[in-house]
Design a protein. Structure first.
Length: 181
């Protein structure tokens, strides 16, 4: 099949997950503490530290558990909805989505879906940050936004933004679902 014919066939679903390095990142601090302490025991002349066997058992269970559990984190785009896979699975119909934007939190950038009722869902993937870099983040964000625009339906209308609390920051004039500047 030619490349133009492949591109013309619409996809039924798209799935974005955390990258392998992003899944390993949560266990790195444990390695940073456990490995130097074990080296110090060996430098003192002791064959093994007091917690070597339990520590190896914990790491032997913890590492595969974290890798398996975080493998499902991400988002699945279907023609009718976005399915956010976090600790709990959440289904968001495209007709309820009011905006898809990038938000920064603690140095990492994530994709956030704003719904008509004012609820926002921060997606676990795609995400990018200092240590958890994703080279395809911008492309994935634009794909999610384009998927929403293409599948929200012809009768979709924007809903007025949620009300602003008295004394709270004013709503943005450009996009009502944008975070305050």
């Amino acid at each position: 099949m030619e490349r133009t014919q492949v591109a013309a066939v619409p996809q039924k679903r798209i799935r974005y997950r955390l990258t392998r390095s992003q899944r390993l990142l949560p266990v790195l601090p444990g390695f940073a503490v456990a490995l130097p302490s074990q080296i110090l025991f060996w430098l003192d002349g002791e064959p093994a530290g007091p917690g070597l066997v339990p520590g190896l058992l914990i790491w032997g269970v913890l590492l595969p558990l974290v890798l398996i559990a975080s493998r499902s984190f991400g988002v699945t785009l279907t023609p009718s909805e976005a399915v956010a896979h976090n600790l709990r699975r959440r289904t968001i119909p495209w007709s309820d989505v009011q905006a898809v934007q990038i938000e920064s939190l603690l140095g990492s950038r994530t994709v956030v879906i704003y719904e008509a009722g004012g609820r926002r869902t921060r997606l676990r993937a795609p995400t990018t940050g200092f240590l958890s870099w994703d080279r395809g983040f911008e492309e994935k964000f634009h794909t999610i936004g384009r998927w929403w625009l293409d599948h929200r339906g012809p009768d979709w209308v924007p809903v007025p933004p949620p009300g602003v609390w008295w004394g709270g920051p004013p709503a943005s004039h450009g996009n009502p679902y944008a975070p305050p500047a």
